[in-house]
Design a protein around this ligand. Structure first.
Ligand code: T4K
Length: 361
């Protein structure tokens, strides 16, 4: 029986990608703000209807670049229910993550917890749009304004998501996204830093490229560039992004209709005008239920993933210790089940049936 993984990358028609490779072979330009990168950034800006998209080598570097560009030094309030990269980026930039609890339904950081944990050392808020579900942007932006804090949104999963008629990336000071192989828009590895602020965008471009402004070195920068091969993949895949999202919607709704009959599981509450169906997380009543279900799926060669486990506030190497009961409980009881555009509907039915059977009692 063929294995079913939590995700598979979207693959465009190979000839559309090799067409771009021919150009690379002709020009010999592989990196350094080349023509394909410029075109990809322009097309992303048009797609998102936003002024500034700065592509980088991955979604982790994107967060680091955002922290650097905003010159944050101190405590950054963030969620413990995220991929480790979010908190790693904070630590690599010599800031301290302050983990505050999440809403157990939306799975996103709670604005009232953010507000409660602001101290004289707080310099910023790093919200994560978990599984593409937008944070409570209005409240977070307003808390930040009142307290003179910067806001970064880690939108690693959130390409294509809209809030109040605008891309989710248009809120806060800077948003970041990942174009990793496992993401809806993939460039092998890749990511972007997105802002509506022109001078910040210029600074992000400088920092991405060793601190150069033209031929002059003006800042301490680093190497965060995206290659032309990645940009080529992005250009091709962007054309298919809406189709990918539509296909995932069909599969997502199929899961939802089949699994809703199961009284012992629940689902993420989505708060978005236009969602992207980036994951299908299932929340169990207990960790035992999760482990039993996972074992049943594994026996049928189906490999879901425990995104995100453990809750980051429980890891010893983060300096500030805080409890976050909602996040700790959710991290122990949530499982992302397979969902990708090339998955067939029979496989969705099979995965859902195994979950229903494992939770009948
Ligand atoms: N912020 C958030 C909230 C994030 O979730 C992430 C990354 C980031 C920031 C940082 O963005 P990047 O620096 O990664 O651009 C995966 C991804 O590596 C990671 O991008 C993602 N989030 C995280 C949630 O998941 P793993 O350890 O689960 O990946 P892996 O290799 O086990 O892959 C999962 C499944 O995908 C496999 O079962 C098979 C399939 N797969 C994977 C790869 C790499 C493929 O079919 N082809 C592939 O090339 O981390």
């Amino acid at each position: 029986m063929e294995s079913i993984y939590v995700t598979r990358p979207f693959l465009p028609p190979l000839e559309e990608f090799t067409e771009h490779l021919k150009q690379l072979w002709q020009t010999g330009i592989f990196t350094h703000n080349g023509p394909l990168l410029q075109q990809f950034e322009k097309e992303l800006q048009d797609y998102l209807n936003i002024e500034h998209v700065v592509c980088v080598s991955n979604g982790t570097i994107a967060i680091q670049l955002a922290i650097k560009a905003l010159e944050l030094a101190g405590e950054i309030i963030t969620t413990p229910f995220t991929f480790i990269a979010t908190a790693d980026a904070i630590m690599w930039e010599k800031c301290t993550p302050v983990f505050v609890d999440i809403d157990p339904e939306t799975l996103n950081i709670l604005p009232e917890q953010v507000e409660k944990n602001i101290t004289a050392k707080t310099v910023g808020i790093l919200g994560v749009h978990v599984f593409g579900n937008p944070c409570d942007i209005r409240q977070i932006d307003s808390i930040a304004r009142q307290n003179n804090l910067k806001v970064i949104y880690d939108g690693a999963h959130a390409i294509g998501v809209m809030v109040e008629g605008k891309t989710v990336f248009s809120y806060g000071d800077i948003s970041t996204v990942s174009f990793h192989a496992t993401k809806l828009l993939q460039t092998f590895e890749g990511g972007a830093v997105i802002t509506t602020n022109g001078s910040l965008a210029q600074k992000l471009r400088r920092l991405r490229f060793f601190g150069y402004e033209g031929r002059t070195i003006t800042d301490v920068g680093f190497n965060g560039k995206m290659t032309e091969v990645s940009a080529a993949m992005g250009l091709v895949n962007l054309k298919y992004l809406d189709d990918v999202i539509s296909r995932r919607k069909v599969l997502y709704e199929k899961y939802l209709s089949q699994l809703s009959a199961c009284p012992r599981i629940s689902f993420q509450k989505i708060d978005s005008q236009k969602f992207n169906y980036s994951n299908f997380p299932v929340i169990f009543e207990t960790e035992q239920d999760l482990l039993r279900t996972k074992e049943c799926l594994n026996k049928s060669n189906i490999f879901p993933r425990r995104y995100f486990y453990p809750s980051l506030n429980t890891l010893d190497f983060f300096p500030l210790k805080r409890s976050a009961p909602n996040s700790e409980r959710i991290a122990k009881t949530i499982l992302c089940i397979p969902l990708y555009d090339s998955m067939d509907e029979e496989s969705v039915e099979r995965v859902a049936q195994i979950i229903v059977d494992a939770n009948e009692m």
